[in-house]
Design a protein. Structure first.
Length: 257
């Protein structure tokens, strides 16, 4: 392995929710914690973040009715790394849902890397999902579009993993302990490791009626069921260190690995 990096999670706000909010038709009645992050990649020649992060106030502005609570401001989180928003050179946008790009306006000197198909899809405001894409969150940003898997720098690669959105991209980062992948799936740990209580109801079914155990659990919002399932599997199989984008286990983690 060549050059390796570390990842610095910067948790910004948190809420409680039903697990089925993240695991399609699974986990109803099981509570979970959702955390919104931006992720700093420590080690490259440029200051690189994955996603912009979001505040509780902006969640409310964009119609998210579940109560959210700030852990820290973006400025406070970056200051712990001796950085300011204007120090960031590149933000890799996993996708264009508002909670992943909604604070892009704060990074006044950054370029923003996004999949072309994602940008094209986000421009079509779809009435059946009115809380996902808002043009105001990405218009005016210095966007750089790519198509498919893309090498950002040595040891940092975007993986085209559609399914949650049409043009989602996860970020594979070489570390001293293998490949860490920050996913683009708006996921929890249980999306990758569903357990029987999530999907096996207490029903008196004949054995022939019981479907096979799922390897992964689809996200609740999907552009394609098949793409979503296949992308989750791709990420799960490729990652030595799996980083589901909204899982709370990284809230108190200073550095990965």
């Amino acid at each position: 392995m060549g050059k390796t990096y570390s990842i610095r999670p910067i948790p910004l706000c948190v809420s409680g929710n039903d697990l089925s909010r993240y695991t399609y038709r699974m986990g109803s009645g099981i509570g979970c914690i959702n955390c919104n992050y931006t992720w700093y990649i420590e080690g490259p020649r440029r200051n690189i973040l994955v996603d912009t992060g979001l505040s509780a106030e902006l969640f409310s502005k964009y119609g998210w009715r579940v109560p959210k609570y700030n852990i820290q401001s973006l400025e406070q989180g970056l200051a712990k790394l001796n950085l300011k928003p204007e120090d960031i050179d590149l933000v890799i946008l996993t996708h264009l849902h508002f909670d992943h790009c909604g604070m892009g306006y704060k990074y006044t000197k950054a370029k923003f890397l996004v999949q072309k198909v994602e940008l094209d899809a986000a421009k079509i405001l779809i009435p059946y999902d009115p809380y996902a894409f808002f043009k105001s969150t990405y218009e005016g940003l210095d966007l750089q579009t790519v198509e498919g898997d893309y090498q950002v720098e040595e040891g940092i690669k975007c993986l085209f993993t559609p399914g949650h959105t049409a043009g989602g991209q996860s970020v594979a980062i070489d570390t001293a302990k293998g490949t860490a992948i920050i996913d683009c799936m708006c996921s929890q740990w249980e999306n990758y490791y569903p357990y029987p209580a999530m999907y096996r109801p207490e029903l008196k079914l004949e054995k022939a009626d019981i479907p096979p155990e799922p390897e992964v659990a689809l996200t609740s919002l999907r552009s394609s069921n098949e793409d979503c399932y296949n992308s989750l599997l791709r990420i799960k199989k490729a990652a030595d260190i799996l980083i589901p984008g909204h899982d709370p286990r990284f809230m108190a983690v200073d550095r990965i690995p």
